[in-house]
Design a protein around this ligand. Structure first.
Ligand code: C2E
Ligand code: CA
Ligand code: CA
Length: 639
């Protein structure tokens, strides 16, 4: 008997330590602000009080026969135990409701049943001194249970089942980790209760509850995998999970996407390239408009706020309020920063169907000519267009509706020089799509290599036909996306195609656009050098439109610099534009690079470019980009 007693005491102490650990971590990690957190703390608090009363009871158990004081204390402890313990299951059921995101589902009748039963059991427990409904002590101070104990257990069973049903009805909204730990909690608690029911001497119930709660703390409450420690904002993964859960639970949901459109100001003002600073700067403000656990930092410049249930009614007002706040500067360590934003408001699932759609909105570039700071309703049509373009690209690859057009290039003195290959998409659903629109989309989809390689293969085929040679064309220009060039096996991909067709590598001139912020010029230049040593030529495309980043022209060894059409067109508009064109041409000539000017549309332009000493020309004056057959017909005629 005494041994079992001792063993009981040990169980209680271990349970006490487990609860203490749960509470300590919860408070140290500040996981106290969500309703879910509050229920978790309450459940632990209940078990804690139960353990303390049980320990005291054990302690005085042997003395109740001889000491009146001990007997009174024992009475009080028993009384407290039942009152508090009756709260445990309802509280845990509430915890589960919040943890799986089903709080809004609770109806009036549901609340009445849930609350009514709770009040009834508490009345039974509280009234025990008058009624002896739960337990009595006989004249020998021996403890006896009454029917009230069983009604409390029955109510607990009801809440237990309620929690299990709630859990399974949201099964699809839970991550695997959370599922496992919740099921573990239910099983271990059931196990502990059953053992104690079969043998009241073994006090396994509180211990199993404490242990189960530890599992819940580690897997459900712990948000390390969901949260950025520095800002307290949730991450992309958390956004996907939470939105999926809202959709599964059919909660009303509106998302606000806050996009900073001048992120470069951060680097200019703070000298730090690290964009996470943005989240820091905005943290206080955003947390003042919505709880931190509804703020998601999906990429450095893009934040999502989720508004659920009642909050959705004020979504527009909130969006406007946020928009207005950004008209004023933010403070970053004493420096004032004026951040430009666009706020996008979208309802889920009416306007955005899935969690993935929300994420892709947050990642996607804004419509090109956008001037609005708040995008709502109709404004979101660009997202639909984007999805349509994505689908068209995938379809284009399977249905082979991509085509290569050719636009001739000429020596300044009028002789045919070559051609630029330009891709076209004739989609069966949305019609013709132009590369300016679909190339950036294909880049983001990670499919640009397929398109570039397709164009290159078509060009090889064309070279193999012998037609370009018969017109003494020097080379055919093929555009490459820098994203593609940076792929580890890029050189092999290119050579494989070239060797499959057996073309002369010297007749290919690859164009890489200057206006990209290439992250690694060292790597890019080594790739260019390898390919050049094998015979390929290279052109720097769109020169003059870039970030005025001199690095590209210093570090990349190009044969030809293609001056962007906007430089030519501006030269006709103003004196300054003319100065820019002249000096650009002079500068490139002094670097001993060949110069091609594109966008040539008039003979006046040709005369001007001739006096400046440009080498090659390209533009509508000669021909628009046309299908291969038309191109061949055109050069035949011109010959
Ligand atoms: P880009 O390489 O700068 O191509 C020149 C663009 O200027 C072409 O537009 C061409 O039609 C247009 N253009 C040429 N001469 C004139 C002119 O005299 N006046 C006017 N108004 N426009 C002229 P396009 O074909 O729509 O291509 C747009 C961009 O798409 C290209 O700009 C290039 O960056 C990209 N692109 C096209 N094909 C490919 C490809 O196969 N791979 C990759 N990665 N990008 C491509
Ligand atoms: Ca080009
Ligand atoms: Ca160009």
């Amino acid at each position: 008997m005494t041994e079992i007693r001792l063993y009981r005491m040990e169980m209680y102490v271990v349970a006490l330590l487990l609860i203490f650990t749960n509470l300590l971590y919860t408070f140290v990690q500040n996981r106290t602000d969500k309703p879910q957190n509050k229920f978790f703390i309450s459940v632990n608090g209940i078990v804690l009080i139960n353990i303390i009363t049980s320990i005291l009871e054990e302690y005085i158990e042997t003395q109740i026969m001889i000491s009146n004081k001990a007997f009174i204390l024992k009475n009080i402890m028993n009384y407290l135990y039942f009152i508090i313990h009756a709260m445990l299951c309802p509280m845990f059921a509430m915890y589960v409701v919040y943890a799986v995101g089903k709080q809004h589902k609770r109806t009036w009748s549901n609340n009445l049943l849930f609350g009514g039963l709770f009040i009834a059991t508490e009345i039974i427990a509280v009234s025990n001194p008058l009624t002896n409904w739960v337990y009595t002590f006989d004249s020998n101070r021996v403890f006896h249970r009454s029917w009230g104990v069983y009604s409390i257990y029955l109510a607990a069973a009801f809440y237990y089942i309620y929690a299990v049903v709630t859990l399974f009805s949201s099964w699809n909204a839970l991550t695997k980790k959370r599922r496992v730990s919740m099921v573990y909690f239910f099983l271990i608690v059931m196990f502990g209760v059953l053992i104690q029911m079969l043998n009241a001497e073994i006090r396994s119930e509180l211990f199993s509850e404490a242990l189960g709660l530890l599992g819940v703390m580690v897997a459900v409450e712990n948000e390390d995998d969901r949260i950025d420690v520095n800002t307290g904002f949730c991450n992309r993964k958390a956004l996907l999970n939470d939105i999926k859960s809202h959709i599964v639970n059919r909660r009303k949901l509106t998302v606000l996407n806050i996009r900073i459109t001048n992120p470069e100001i951060i680097q200019r003002a703070t000298g730090k390239a690290n964009m996470d600073i943005l989240a820091d700067i905005l943290a206080d403000y955003l947390k003042s408009v919505i709880p931190r656990y509804q703020i998601y930092n999906v990429n450095p410049e893009s934040f999502i706020l989720t508004l659920v249930d009642k909050q959705t009614e004020n979504a527009l007002t909130l969006a406007q309020k946020i928009s207005r706040r950004f008209e004023l500067p933010f403070d970053s360590g004493g420096t004032e920063l004026l951040l430009n934003t666009v706020v996008i408001k979208a309802d889920v699932p009416d306007e955005l169907k899935s969690a993935e759609d929300v994420l892709s909105m947050a990642d996607q570039s804004l419509p090109k000519n956008n001037t609005k700071t708040l995008l709502i309703g109709e404004d979101l049509s660009y997202l639909l267009r984007r999805t349509a373009v994505e689908e068209a690209i995938s379809r284009g690859i399977t249905e082979r509706t991509f085509e290569v057009y050719y636009q001739p290039t000429y020596h300044i003195k009028g002789k045919l020089h070559g051609a630029e290959a330009l891709i076209r998409l004739h989609d069966s659903v949305i019609g013709n799509v132009f590369p300016d629109e679909f190339i950036p989309v294909a880049e983001q989809m990670g499919m640009i290599d397929i398109l570039d390689n397709f164009v290159f293969s078509e060009v090889c085929r064309f070279l193999l036909s012998g037609i370009p040679d018969s017109f003494q064309m020097d080379c055919i220009n093929v555009n490459l996306s820098v994203m593609h060039c940076m792929q580890p096996d890029f050189i092999e991909q290119i050579n494989q195609i070239a060797e499959r067709f057996g073309i002369d590598k010297r007749s290919i001139n690859f164009e890489i656009t200057e206006s990209i912020a290439a992250s690694d010029y060292g790597l890019l230049s080594s790739i260019v050098n390898v390919l050049k040593s094998e015979g390929y030529q290279f052109s720097m495309d769109d020169y003059g439109t870039g970030y005025s980043n001199m690095e590209s022209i210093f570090s990349l060894d190009f044969d030809v610099v293609k001056i962007d059409k906007s430089i030519l067109w501006n030269a006709e508009k103003s004196e300054i534009g003319r100065i820019v064109l002249e000096n650009t041409v002079h500068m490139v000539r002094q670097m001993h690079r060949k110069i091609l000017v594109e966008g040539v549309e008039t003979s006046e332009q040709i005369a001007l470019l001739d006096t400046l000493g440009v080498d090659y020309l390209q533009g509508y004056f000669f021909s628009r980009p046309v299908p291969k057959e038309d191109f061949v017909a055109y050069i035949q005629k011109a010959n």
